[in-house]
Design a binder for this molecule. Structure first.
Ligand code: FES
Length: 247
């Protein structure tokens, strides 16, 4: 008996978006699957590359009681998945004037006193699509280690999924961005070369070269681009780990 050949429909898997069933190819991310199903992303989509934090998604898969979170642009669909995209998570956000602050842990604690309610359950870190140790930077915030919070949370994309999992109703992502701003404004050493360059710009050093650039034709710009100074090309050896180069 000949086996009937598989049709495209046989290869599709069901997913449920806002409760409605769609059959989609199993290799697609949630974001692409929804486009396949006919949706246009007006909200909940930015970079498509896992860095803008606009596509936070909450989902369940069959036979699991677990509510899971992920980025729609990075998470591949699973058969029977029920999902909902949360382009914005309504976290508490304090207002402040960074110029009026000094970069102390006390300032963070007075703007977000709920940091002391953290119960150390680690649900925030488990929900983070960037694999940030969120619970660790919350502990740093409690200790007043602002530079530590800034460093640990450096890769945060502000999707809010940490806060969505928190039983203590913390707003980890907003606390982290406050710490990074305080760190940049009041704690780390100011970049002398940057101040020097800003002075040069204000004194008009680049006015003439800029005007010259703006007057060029498209062809002229292409030529200029081709003749630009570039860094030397790296050889294949440069990419190998140091101890593998001479094997
Ligand atoms: S679209 Fe930017 S993180 Fe997913």
């Amino acid at each position: 008996m000949t086996k009937p050949s598989e049709t495209t429909e046989d290869l599709l898997v069901p997913i449920f978006f806002m409760g409605k069933r769609y059959d989609v190819p199993p290799s697609l991310t949630i974001q692409k699957a929804l486009e396949y199903a006919g949706y246009q992303h007006i909200r909940g989509c930015g970079c498509r590359g896992g860095v803008c934090g606009a596509c936070g998604t909450v989902f369940r898969i069959p036979d699991s009681y677990k509510l899971q979170v992920g980025l729609a642009c990075q998470t591949v669909v699973q058969p029977g998945m029920h999902l909902m995209i949360m382009p914005y998570y309504p976290g508490n956000r304090s207002s402040f004037d960074i110029e009026e602050m000094n970069g102390t842990g006390g300032e963070v604690a007075s703007l977000y006193p709920e940091i002391f309610k953290c119960i150390g359950c680690n649900a925030c870190s488990q929900g983070c699509p960037m694999d940030i140790d969120v619970m660790h930077y919350m502990a740093q915030a409690i200790r007043g280690d602002i530079a530590g919070v800034a460093e640990t949370s450096f890769d945060c994309i502000m999707c809010g999924l940490c806060a969505s999992r928190c039983p203590a109703e913390e707003v980890q992502f907003n606390i982290a961005i406050l710490a990074r701003r305080l760190n940049a404004r009041h704690i780390i050493r100011r970049a002398e070369h940057l101040e020097e360059r800003v002075k040069e710009i204000n004194n008009g050093k680049f006015e003439i070269p800029l005007r010259d650039l703006m007057s060029k034709s498209k062809e002229g710009l292409k030529e200029l681009y081709k003749s630009r100074e570039t860094e030397p090309q790296m050889s294949e050896d440069d990419w190998k780990p140091a101890d593998a180069r001479y094997v």
